[in-house]
Design a protein around this ligand. Structure first.
Ligand code: AP5
Ligand code: MG
Length: 214
């Protein structure tokens, strides 16, 4: 089953996507992660997107649709998790077209609802394992006292360049202006499910499981 995790920055999309990859053998397609990879690769495209991402603005539809299109040719295993894509109506239309071309569709679009105050608190406390990308939080999911990642044992953790209050303000603005209209779009298509993203990580996971097991 292919699903979209839809929600503002810090809603927990990446955290839940990793859980589904582990538990259901699904494949996480995070355009944010793909763009960060391009950013660190030093390519021309990487340099172009780096400045946009650090400001908290959206990269062009053309670039992200191209990234997703490439991935759709790979093995789909237990299904695809679109994490942070689509983010505009044009991207949503492109995704529907791309999936149809592969004879596939969406099994669920899950809106993760979290209020803005919680988002700021979550984002400024986030760190990520530099080796495997496991997501941590200084308050709700701290790195173990041993200093080793629970998933891969690595000991280096990074913080994202756009995880500061100024970029986050812009990311939220972009979300409300360009991405939140997708909630109405998928609701009208009868594809939308809403969950309480403020619950703790396991409870959010259980809400998602109930939707996927329906
Ligand atoms: P992207 O990487 O997608 O960032 P985002 O949407 O801003 O979302 P985040 O990754 O910050 O949050 P998340 O929902 O994954 O939360 P997480 O699980 O980490 O995009 C970055 C940039 O790339 C964009 O700004 C844009 O420039 C560009 N971009 C990407 N896709 C694009 C597209 N399609 N079109 C155009 N541009 C694009 O959790 C956050 C924190 O909270 C963690 O510390 C975690 O441990 C904690 N946490 C998670 N769940 C819970 C919980 N239930 N309770 C308590 N704490 C929790
Ligand atoms: Mg993420």
């Amino acid at each position: 089953m292919n699903i979209i995790l839809l929600g503002p920055p810090g809603a927990g999309k990446g955290t839940q996507a990793r859980r589904l990859v582990e538990g259901r053998d699904m494949i996480q397609l995070s355009t944010g992660d793909m763009l960060r990879e391009a950013k660190s690769s030093g390519t021309e495209m990487g340099e172009r997107v780096a400045k946009i991402m650090d400001r908290g603005e959206l990269v062009t539809d053309e670039i992200v649709i191209g990234l997703i299109e490439e991935k759709l040719n790979d093995d789909r295993k237990g299904g695809l998790i679109f994490d942070g894509f689509p983010r505009t109506l044009a991207q949503a239309d492109a995704l529907a077209e791309l999936l149809a071309r592969h004879g596939e569709d969406l099994g669920a679009v899950i809106e993760m609802q979290v209020d803005d105050d919680a988002l700021v608190k979550r984002i400024v406390a986030r760190s990520v394992c530099a080796n495997c990308g496991e997501v941590y939080n200084d308050i709700t999911k701290p790195v173990p006292e041993s200093g080793e990642c629970t998933q891969c044992g690595a000991t280096e953790f990074t913080r994202r360049g756009d995880d500061n209050e100024e970029s986050l303000k812009q990311r939220l603005l972009e979300y409300y202006k360009k991405t939140s209209p997708l909630i109405g779009y998928y609701y009208a298509k009868n594809e939308l499910d809403r969950i309480d993203g403020l619950a703790d990580i396991d409870e959010v996971g259980e809400q998602i499981d109930r939707i996927l097991d329906r």
